[in-house]
Ligand binder design. Structure first.
Ligand code: ASP
Length: 354
């Protein structure tokens, strides 16, 4: 009798052990089923993007560039390529377009220069690379990847980063390459407002900045992808914020704020008012809520973008994808340029709130 009790106990114990082992190996939140064997999502910046301020031609131009970019990444993924390649090549298309505040279309600093930031992260290895304040690198996302793969560092800035890019044969341009009339006029407009304002604008916390700076930063670009090997990656590239002061660095090149990827949770790229996104550690926070609190991607993104960031006083959005291929575009602004494609090739493009 005692023996049969012992046997039943042993069987129950072993059964439970098996379950424990299985739970530990599977980090994915239980509520989200596998959606896509591969998928890709992009953004082209968030802000006060209103239909009434948009011409049909401009809207068409944005949509077609978003489509062109996402199709590049999608075809890489479809052929079994890596999420890192898909992220980088997709961002290259957006960087080469004057429409977006990244690469060619980067905004101007207070001293009429263009200082570009970028970052990329590999969700499989947790390797990451970032560059900040470069002035001659045509495609900063390429530099971010170069730093990740060809240097012992995660982040390089300014002259040193420009030099590293040149030494490794990246495309180098004269700083005048980044001149676009549209961005230059935006700088002049904000500077005019500043001069006419009676408030001391040397402090970033003054009311003038609080109300107006967020309207001068559209167009940061970002991409997150899941490849057929189950690997996640994310990247972000930007010119930062119009009229930014000497050496200012935003969230885009900060791993954990502007970009984060982890195969155990998700890949995220942010866009918004960088000072707040750094303080809220937006991209990592979304991943952490999934990993440690078992929130779904949607729940985690909502928590950070609709509660945490606005409570601090910031605005913006994210695009993200989880390790099951679920995609989320979450923003607390009037609009966010965005597009997503699943493994079947279904394409969704959006600009305004649905
Ligand atoms: N996050 C960027 C920055 O603060 C700007 C943006 O995404 O619009 O530099």
């Amino acid at each position: 009798m005692a023996n049969s009790f012992r046997l039943i106990f042993l069987i129950l114990f072993c059964f439970n052990c098996g379950e424990q082992v299985q739970k530990q190996q599977d980090n994915t939140p239980v509520s989200e089923a596998k959606q896509n064997s591969f998928a890709i999502i992009i953004h082209g910046g968030a802000g006060t993007i209103l239909k009434e301020n948009m011409t049909p031609e401009l809207e068409k131009a944005y949509k077609s560039k978003l489509e062109e970019a996402i199709r590049v990444g999608h075809s890489i993924l479809k052929q079994g390529g890596s999420s890192l390649d898909a992220v980088q090549k997709t961002i290259n298309v957006l960087e080469d377009s004057p429409l977006f505040n990244a690469g060619k279309g980067a905004v101007f600093t207070n001293t009429e220069t263009n200082e570009l930031d970028a970052s990329i992260m590999d969700g499989k290895t947790l390797n990451a690379g970032a560059s900040a304040g470069t002035t001659t690198v045509k495609n900063p996302i390429d530099l971010a990847r170069l730093i990740m793969e060809q240097s012992p560092h995660v982040m390089m800035s300014g002259e040193g980063a420009d030099r590293f890019a040149k030494e490794h044969g990246l495309d180098i341009v004269d700083p005048s390459y980044f001149y676009t009339e549209r961005r230059y006029n935006a700088l002049k407009r904000i500077q005019e407002k500043e001069t006419n304002s009676t408030i001391d604008t040397t402090s970033v916390s003054v009311n003038f900045y609080d109300s107006d700076i967020k309207n001068f930063k559209f167009g940061t670009v970002g991409c997150a992808a899941l490849d057929t090997h189950g690997n996640l990656a994310a990247g972000t590239s930007t010119g930062g914020m119009t009229n930014k002061r000497y050496g200012r660095i935003g969230d885009s090149p900060i791993i954990g704020a502007g970009t984060y990827a982890n195969n155990n949770s998700c890949a995220v790229s942010s866009t918004g008012w960088g000072e707040y996104f750094i303080r809220a550690m937006v991209a990592y926070d979304i991943s952490a809520l999934m990993q440690y609190k078992s929130l779904t991607l949607k729940e985690a993104a909502q928590e950070v973008i609709q509660n945490k960031v606005p409570e601090l006083g910031g605005d913006g959005g994210i695009i993200a994808i989880d390790n099951n291929g679920n995609m989320v575009a979450e923003f607390n602004t009037a609009g966010m340029y965005r597009a997503q494609m699943n493994a079947e090739g279904d394409l969704k493009i959006g600009i305004y709130k649905d």
